[in-house]
Design a protein around this ligand. Structure first.
Ligand code: AVJ
Length: 318
């Protein structure tokens, strides 16, 4: 049932109307992650083509002890926590070293958050978990009261932000962190285009299913009536922009109903809707960029192929 009075549905519909009326057309990527989207993303991370998660987990295995030592005892706050499966490595390093530890996962998916909280509380008696349901911006006002803390932003999720959004994000981070806080950032690095293209076009089709799910969600929550069979997934690495661009291409004309707004938007056959970008980084460039926001790189952990990196950051000690 579609409840047109629900504020979440209206907000989703407004965001969709805004993006779909723009040129080029787009949808905000946070709507990819409902319960189904989070489940589909987990499938992507298990494909042989998607090297990011596997490489990050291996890096965490090698480096969490060093990280826990460098930061000292601290509250762990995680942006976009999802299933937090890889965070367990960090949590166990901190509980082993420091005993009782606070963990504050922040996620837009209420279901993922509830599941994560339940699973972790059972497995780590020394851990106190308090989830925050919302976009990661909703965590910033809480940070001063959680200091000393380590802000975790893993999975190269930062790559989803465009340049303007990233600038805002980093100034907010810098304002919210005090000089005794740290941030652990996971980023995917620039590499050959073929490897990246494969990661976003897995043979089993989970990437395509993930892209289509945002339209399935519109059907479920906004009564959009989109023919999902009339949508193709299109993802390609653009070396000149150092980013993957992910689109849904309409293979037929679609009438997109936004029931909460009582509006319909037409998409012609051949038109594309951008659902996501995924930025890839050069290490020196990234460190210089973060420095502009008053964040210093304490340590960089990277794999032998320099495929992926973990950066331990802290506010400049001025
Ligand atoms: C969760 C944003 C890191 O950009 O690699 C994977 C999302 N989308 N395949 C990424 C994603 C399609 C992923 N992040």
């Amino acid at each position: 049932m579609i409840s047109s009075s629900s504020t979440e549905a209206r907000e989703f519909a407004r965001a969709a109307a805004l993006g779909l009326s723009d040129h080029p057309r787009w949808l905000p990527c946070r709507y990819l992650y409902d319960a189904e989207g989070s489940r589909l993303f987990e499938r992507i991370t298990e494909t042989p083509e998607y090297y990011l998660t596997r490489t990050e987990v291996a890096l965490l295995d090698k480096s969490t002890d060093a990280i826990a030592e460098l930061t000292g005892d601290a509250t762990l706050v995680e942006l976009g926590a999802g299933s937090a499966r890889k965070t367990e490595r960090i949590i166990s390093a901190y509980t082993q070293r420091y005993g009782a530890t606070r963990y504050v996962p922040v996620d837009v998916s209420g279901e993922a958050l509830a599941e994560t909280t339940r699973a972790l509380a059972g497995r780590y008696p020394a851990l106190s978990v308090r989830g925050v349901h919302g976009p990661y911006e909703s965590a910033f006002p809480l940070l001063p009261s959680l200091s000393p803390l380590v802000l975790l932003f893993l999975g190269s999720t930062i790559g989803n932000l465009n340049q303007t959004e990233a600038d805002v994000f980093w100034s907010n981070v810098r304002c919210a962190l005090s000089t005794s806080d740290f941030m652990l950032l996971g980023v995917d690095l620039v590499k050959d285009a073929a490897t990246i293209d494969r990661a976003y076009n897995d043979a089993a089709g989970w990437s395509a299913a993930f892209t289509k799910n945002i339209f399935a969600r519109m059907n479920r929550e906004l009564g959009s009536g989109i023919d999902l069979g009339g949508i193709d997934h299109e993802a390609a690495y653009r070396p000149e922009w150092q980013r993957v661009e992910i689109f849904a291409r309409m293979t037929r004309r679609q009438e997109v109903r936004l029931a909460p707004l009582d509006r319909t938007i037409m998409l012609e056959a051949g038109e594309r809707v951008m659902t996501e970008i995924s930025r890839k980084y050069e290490l020196t460039e990234l460190r210089d960029y973060l420095h502009l926001f008053g964040l210093e790189t304490v340590e960089t952990f990277t794999d032998a192929d320099r495929s992926y990196a973990l950066l331990l950051l802290r506010p400049g000690q001025s």
